[in-house]
Write a protein that binds this ligand. Structure first.
Ligand SMILES: Cc1cc2nc3c(=O)[nH]c(=O)nc-3n(C[C@H](O)[C@H](O)[C@H](O)COP(=O)(O)OP(=O)(O)OC[C@H]3O[C@@H](n4cnc5c(N)ncnc54)[C@H](O)[C@@H]3O)c2cc1C
Length: 401
């Protein structure tokens, strides 16, 4: 019998809750995870997977501290499977950061397809879980109700959406983004592309009845699934870019810290406490694809406020994207020139930060994005497939954690 994490499928919105889940999971990150991680026991059952993704997605806890906690308890070899899964997240982010074109293609195609398929009955049935396909319908409802799906369920769902129902993958990916608590441009888009045969050109993922029955512990035995999966094709992608060069952060300059949901880890920004004059937090609904994710972050506000007060002795100021003058006026009144913000990868915060940067620059202020050492070191290796990336992992970790 595989050991399981006795946490129910709820995600209390705080860093403390993420750390608590991590410490409960760490003893199970070795053999129990490796043996049981592919089985989806259902939303009301204990899991062999960690269910840490909403905390990792917004960096309420970081990849680095997660891997480091696991390595304090296990050797790399013993926890290799789990560590590699965490590094998949890092890999996808690095891969997309060097190929922003892939995200831009997704956004363009989504704009076209959402109009074309507006009120389409097949899309509605798939999203409402009324297709009559066992398992698939249950996952559609589970996703909408809980904001989470097991990795294997995400793979089966995407495969059935694309190859059995023959619906556009882009609309399936958008459905996930609207409902997942951990909705993430890189992990989601690239995983859907992988199932469709675009990410590893020609290689698709076909969900089968037997595999679903086996790894749902016999809960589902769907009939009528596609028996083959023909890879989608696209026009060739440009070669990967190098990571964007960022303005240097002046750690001794008087600064304003601007937080956003792509990285809620203000503790590890390399600024001296006495140089941080104010901390703003931007959290508008339109910076999220879905309500659930927005509610999760909105509900973590008090927790973030306490952490900022502890770290910087400052109140946390809520900034609306419709009233950014509040920040600009504050900076001018204190003669502050540097606005520091954690790096935002491709996505909604990224888009907004780029337009805000122009606004700041007109006001004579510099927006300095800070990319974490973890990302700086790992992302440049995401030029090829995951298997060449993962070979670098053990030696980098020996240096880093
Ligand atoms: C079609 C599809 C869409 C997906 N969309 C998202 C998404 O929007 N956001 C997201 O965070 N993950 C996404 N994933 C990846 C993965 O399914 C989830 O990260 C994982 O299920 C989260 O559950 P967990 O925390 O219990 O994972 P665990 O198995 O406990 O893994 C630990 C951590 O490793 C990372 N991780 C694990 N598997 C993957 C993976 N395959 N790819 C990237 N990171 C991984 C996550 O941060 C996760 O929290 C998607 C996968 C598929 C197949």
């Amino acid at each position: 019998m595989t050991a399981m994490l006795l946490s129910s499928l709820s995600f209390p919105p705080s860093r403390g809750a993420g750390l608590q889940r991590l410490s409960e999971f760490v003893p199970l990150a070795g053999a129990p995870y490796a043996a049981g991680r592919n089985t989806d026991y259902g939303p009301d059952q204990p899991a062999t997977v960690s269910r840490l993704s909403p905390y990792l997605r917004y960096r309420l806890i970081t990849e680095e501290e997660t891997v480091s906690a696991v390595l304090q308890h296990h050797s790399y070899e013993a926890a290799e499977k789990f560590i590699q899964e965490v590094l998949w997240r890092t890999y996808w982010k690095g891969w997309l950061a060097m190929r922003p074109e892939v995200w831009q293609r997704y956004e363009r195609e989504y704009d076209v397809l959402k109009e074309k398929y507006r009120d389409n009955p097949a899309i509605r049935a798939a999203e409402q879980g009324t297709t009559g396909i066992e398992g698939f319908d249950d996952w559609a409802k589970e996703l909408v109700q809980t904001g989470y799906l097991h990795n294997h369920a995400r793979m089966w769902f995407a495969s059935i959406w694309i190859f059995t129902l023959k619906l556009p993958w882009v609309l399936g990916a958008a459905f996930f983004l609207r409902h997942l608590l951990d909705a993430d441009a890189a992990s989601n888009t690239l995983s859907w592309r992988w199932v469709a045969g675009l990410q590893t050109p020609g290689k698709t993922y076909l969900a089968t009845t037997e595999n679903i029955a086996r790894f749902t512990n016999g809960r589902f035995f769907p009939k009528g699934l596609a028996l083959s999966a023909e890879a989608h094709v696209e026009s060739p992608l440009a070669a990967p870019k190098t990571l964007s060069t960022l303005k240097p952060l002046e750690s001794d300059a008087q600064s304003i810290l601007l937080l956003h949901a792509d990285d809620l880890h203000p503790e590890l920004i390399p600024l001296k406490k006495e140089n941080v004059r104010a901390v703003f937090f931007v959290n508008d609904r339109y910076l999220f694809w879905g309500d659930k994710a927005h509610e999760f972050i909105a509900a973590s506000y008090d927790d973030l406020k306490n952490r900022v007060a502890y770290q910087y002795d400052l109140p946390l100021i809520s900034l609306s994207t419709g009233n950014t003058n509040q920040l600009i006026e504050y900076a001018k009144s204190k003669a502050i020139k540097q606005i520091v913000t954690p790096y935002a990868p491709e996505g909604l915060a990224y888009n907004w930060l780029h337009s805000f940067e122009t606004e700041l620059s007109t006001a004579g202020l510099a927006l300095v994005q800070y990319r974490r050492i973890w990302d700086e070191i790992f992302w440049p290796y995401a030029t090829k497939g995951f298997f060449s990336f993962k070979e670098k992992v053990p030696s980098i970790l020996r240096e880093l954690v």
